[in-house]
Design a binder for this molecule. Structure first.
Ligand code: PLP
Length: 218
């Protein structure tokens, strides 16, 4: 598939859902992709990218940012507190705020740096023990905690279990967001972004459908 094709499918899904065209942000997930594939997408004018590891992002994006204007980098993977500062300096948006300790660390660093990326709280909608994220039952309280820390919470993010109907997870995430007055929904990947858009996604995170299969696992 190609970037153009994905953009066309997003536009169609927006239209089918009766949503304004351009209301969904496409995050091109470039983790472990060869540099030439990333440059090809940049050369087509796309500027919004996602990485799931701070170290990997720090290895390639500062250079690309000197060569291409207006790059908007999103961190979508688990964030260790000792990498939080670096993440905040690189990314416009962090989609993986998933625990109280990270919230307090981000709040302290935001004070120190005088700025904070936009934040999405990751919710473990499938309640999988091995997966990061706040449990659905704890989400309302955690949103309050983050607001109490003055963190800029834009919305919620989820990664549905591989063996579950993703739309159930998307609907649950939307419900939790709505009752907390949050409008951002980071949900939908290569295989399910259209159903995510139907259920209100504002940010879809699409990797392999744009860049091709990842060479290494990521
Ligand atoms: C890798 C990744 C994606 C993109 O996955 P694809 O199936 O390649 O589209 C989206 N979100 C997160 C959190 C990821 O780690």
């Amino acid at each position: 598939m190609s970037l153009e094709e994905i953009k066309t499918r997003i536009a169609r899904a927006e239209d089918a859902a009766g949503r304004p065209s351009g209301s969904v942000h496409l995050i091109a997930v470039s983790k472990v992709q060869p540099l030439e594939r990333i440059e090809a997408v940049l050369d087509q004018g796309h500027r919004c990218f996602g990485e799931n590891r701070v170290q990997e992002a720090a290895g390639k994006w500062p250079d690309l940012m000197t060569r291409y204007d207006g790059i908007d980098l999103h961190l979508i993977g688990p964030l260790q507190t000792n990498k939080a500062r670096q993440a905040m300096e690189l990314a416009s948006t962090i989609h993986s705020l998933d625990r109280p300790k990270l919230a307090t660390t981000l709040a302290r660093l935001a004070q120190e740096l005088g700025a904070c990326p936009d934040l999405f709280i990751q919710v473990n909608t499938g309640e999988e023990p091995q997966k990061a994220g706040i449990l659905p039952a704890d989400a309302d309280a955690f949103v309050q905690t983050c607001r109490g820390l003055d963190l800029p919470i834009m919305g919620l993010m989820c990664i549905p279990p591989v063996d579950e109907e993703p739309s159930l997870n998307f609907a649950l995430l939307g419900k939790i967001a709505k009752r907390n007055g949050l409008t951002g929904l980071s949900m939908g990947m290569s295989s399910d972004f259209e159903s995510a858009i139907a259920l209100g996604a504002t940010h879809v995170r699409v990797g392999s459908a744009i860049f091709g299969e990842r060479v290494k696992p990521g």
